[in-house]
Design a protein around this ligand. Structure first.
Ligand code: ADP
Ligand code: MG
Length: 368
């Protein structure tokens, strides 16, 4: 359906896209992941001709987009682009936002446009908001209107540029649910996202971009479970784990907890589990007596949605978790209640404690 050949783009001396070649087939859902600044947005903007590539070709159903004779506005209507920042008209209500394009550009009658707008509002769950102004909506609702507005132009493909990254974490899932619904209806989509679990479950193909090129591409199982190339492996490892190194007793527990919270949000870990993970970090650090060299690593497995905490502590052998906690060991009891599995080893003068956090949170015996 869309064929991109050797696309290149430069801003001044900065090479942003290098020889990018992709084929997008009808009905495909392609996620684009990779570090920031590697040209993901530029790629989408070039496909949509918001930027003009310096070199290469883009074909839609065989029509060359970059040819002077091509009717660009008409072609562009076949592609909808959903931005991070919603881009709604603030002075128009939701219904008017959805009808403007179809009436002006698709020459639909007001009645036809409104009928379709109501269908789309139903699809995104916002029929009640038809007469609201954008300022009366939450971020998640605005983005759902943004998606409906794109759909109102009857596009053949939707391009999403980090559709949830401007949203409050509580609103991410409502927008992802709408995109998921469109995917089930067979919409062709290309999605730039940092939501890895989402990318993994929705796409049939994942492109990993690095420094302006498609460095690795494959089915989500390959990219997320068995990446083949070095940079992909490093990226996947990095986004899945969070590391701290504590070197003194004056560590900043609030900063650590804030990072855990952000990490959990990014991986769509339920707030309750995130909360217990933060509590666990605090209790574990209280239990450890020597803080001169403690390495902590939190990692998330998308396979079974488990969070694993590893504490690697320098010093002589300790028995932190094995003993039966007495009545006074409230901290330890709390820790054990929050874990589904614990393991303790000692090697090379380091104690290593591995804790797997209960995915449903601790049992009723734990009270705040
Ligand atoms: P990503 O979406 O992967 O984070 P972008 O496509 O936004 O990356 O940007 C890639 C690089 O191009 C960045 O270094 C960015 O600063 C630069 N860039 C993007 N747009 C412009 C522009 N209009 N002018 C100059 N440089 C730009
Ligand atoms: Mg971007």
């Amino acid at each position: 359906m869309i064929s991109i050949r050797n696309l290149s783009k430069q801003y001044g001396n900065l090479v942003v896209l290098k020889d990018v070649t992709i084929d997008i087939n009808k009905g495909e859902i392609i996620s684009v992941i990779g570090p920031s600044g590697t040209g993901k947005s530029t790629l989408l903007r070039c496909i949509n001709l918001l930027e003009i590539p310096d070199d290469g070709q883009i074909f839609i159903d065989g029509i060359p987009l970059l040819s002077k004779r091509t009717n660009v506005p008409k072609i562009r209507q076949r592609m909808g682009m959903v931005f991070q920042s919603f881009n709604l008209y603030d002075h128009l209500n939701v219904l008017e936002n959805l009808c403007l394009g179809p009436v002006k550009l698709l020459r639909k009658t007001k009645m036809q446009a409104e009928a379709r707008a109501y269908e789309l509002l139903q699809l995104v769950g916002l029929t009640e908001k038809a007469y609201s102004l954008p300022e009366e909506l939450s971020g998640g609702q605005k983005q759902r209107v943004g998606i409906a507005r794109c759909m109102s132009m009857d596009p053949e493909i939707l391009l999403f540029d980090e559709p949830t990254s401007a949203l409050d974490p509580t609103m991410v899932s409502e927008v992802l649910a709408v995109i998921r619904r469109l995917s089930r209806e067979g919409m062709t989509m290309m999605i730039v996202t940092h939501e890895m679990e989402f990318a993994r479950s929705i796409s049939n193909r994942v492109l990993y971009m690095d420094e302006g090129s498609i460095y690795e591409e494959g089915p989500p199982e390959q990219i997320f479970e068995h990446p083949q190339r070095g940079k992909t492996k490093a990226f996947i490892h990095r986004i899945r784990s969070l590391d701290f190194h504590i070197t003194s007793p004056s560590y900043d527990i609030y900063a650590i907890q804030a990072k855990i919270s952000t990490f959990c949000e990014k991986h769509l870990v339920p707030p309750k589990v995130s909360h217990y993970t933060q509590l666990l970090a605090e209790e574990m650090l209280l239990l450890i007596s020597d803080h001169s060299d403690v390495k902590i690593s939190l990692s998330y497995s998308e396979r079974d949605h488990s969070l694993r905490f590893v504490f690697d502590i320098a010093g002589s052998e300790m028995d932190l978790l094995k003993e039966e906690p007495g009545d006074e060991d409230i901290g330890l009891k709390l820790i054990l209640a929050m874990c589904s599995r614990t393991e303790q080893t000692y090697q090379d003068n380091r104690n290593r404690l591995t804790l797997v956090i209960k995915s449903a949170g601790p049992g009723p015996e734990v009270r705040q």
